[in-house]
Ligand binder design. Structure first.
Ligand code: TYD
Length: 144
């Protein structure tokens, strides 16, 4: 649900020699990290994402520059702007995401709870909506 999609502040060790931020799986973020990937050299006007995951938890950080992430849980949709190296956006499973508005030179780092698995993707928005509403009905309308 969108209510679970929170922007989390990471520890920031201020230092005149340069600041330092760290992330530990299960501590600053609510899952263990099994994969790290990043987007870079993103051309202006580019759009990424456009999918959801069945089981994957992710945490997205704008390591450099800025970009927007639109999140959609099948009921509500919200746009987030990321532009700090010491904060990130937690994206739970079953959340449709679209990334756009990349500034030039921006780097988007993603920490993920599982290694890459194409079978975990929902790449079609109507398939995503069908899954969301099927799950919702299963949870809220128990037939005897
Ligand atoms: P995709 O997740 O669709 O990119 P984005 O959501 O950022 O637009 O991945 C793009 C391609 O990269 C796709 O062919 C799968 C591949 N890929 C991997 O092989 N490993 C990974 O960890 C990721 C994230 C993608």
């Amino acid at each position: 649900m969108l209510v679970d999609c929170v922007t989390l502040q990471l520890p920031k060790i201020h230092d005149p020699r340069g600041n330092l931020t760290f992330v530990e799986g299960g501590r600053q973020i609510p899952f263990d990290i099994r994969r790290v990937y990043y987007l870079y050299d993103v051309p202006g006007g580019s759009e990424r994402g456009g999918h959801a995951h069945l089981n994957l938890h992710q945490f997205v950080i704008a390591m450099s520059g800025s970009f927007d992430i639109v999140l959609d849980d099948g009921f509500d949709r919200k746009r987030y702007h990321l532009n700090r190296s010491y904060e990130g956006l937690y994206i739970p499973p079953m959340t449709w995401r679209e990334l756009d508005n990349f500034s030039s030179g921006s780097v988007c780092m993603v920490l993920a709870s599982e290694v890459y698995d194409e079978g975990d993707y929902l790449r079609n928005y109507s398939d995503f909506m069908l899954q969301v509403h099927t799950r919702f009905r299963a949870q809220h309308h128990h037939t005897p």
